[in-house]
Design a protein around this ligand. Sequence first.
Ligand code: KIV
Length: 294
Amino acid sequence: MSTTPIAAPAPPSERLPVTLPQLAEKKRLGEPIVMVTAYDFPSAQVAEAAGVDVVLVGDSGAMTVLGYPSTVPVSVQEMLMLCAAARRGLRTPLLVADLPFGSYEASNEQAIATAQRFVKEAGADAVKLEGGGSSVERARALVAAGIPVMGHVGLTPQTATALGGYRAQGRTAQRAHDVARDALALQEAGCFAVVFEAIPAAVAQALMERMEVPVIGIGAGASTDGQVLVFHDLLGIREGVGARFVKRYADLQAEMTAGVRAYTEDVRTRRFPGPDHTYSIDPDELERFRALLG
Ligand code: KIV
């Protein structure tokens, strides 16, 4: 990834929608690609205003906004609702939707039918699926059906149990080779980009020499073409410290709690609502109203 300073981004009103060729061009020019997750209208509006390139309606939303213990239980219907809400808050970033666990693995037909729903019903520009193996064949079928696909290798949370838990992948030569095999197969299948999650920086760097499509890293070091973070992780809208690769830019959970606590105290002590928060009525009208009430 280039360290050359780049020009300040255009103001939101002047930006044009991000396209797949633009992402490829960014890779060619060494301009970092910025991706963030969003799961609803306000988080998408924030991503839009901040000028990110790609918004991912990640199935991490299962945990961050729906409160599931993992990404596995989230349904297509739930993901469609999150994606459609994010779509309404976006104008320029490319919108990628995660295909949830169980919605694409069984067959190419299942994958195409699910992905088409995300495009037609929820306005996604592209879909993301996890892993190598049969996912490579699914990716190829989706691309042939005209649906842009982002791959995802390394730590793939939908199959975290099979990977031995939420832990870094590719930490032995053989496991790093497995990650490389999957990434290259997804690239060859026509994915327009691939996510590398939680792999050693040196493994990612070695693999970058073979990657012709943009690679978006999360916990994969600084050599990838772009970075992605989960909205709630980077803004601190969740409890706990999160994974090693998370950098926190705000502590909104604490700010939101303080705000709601102050409101609670104001209501209980009758400091809220005050005169500024109430509507008036003409005194004559009020008098007539009292008379009507009897
Ligand atoms: O679901 C998600 O948020 C993701 C990112 C971590 C890449 O897949």
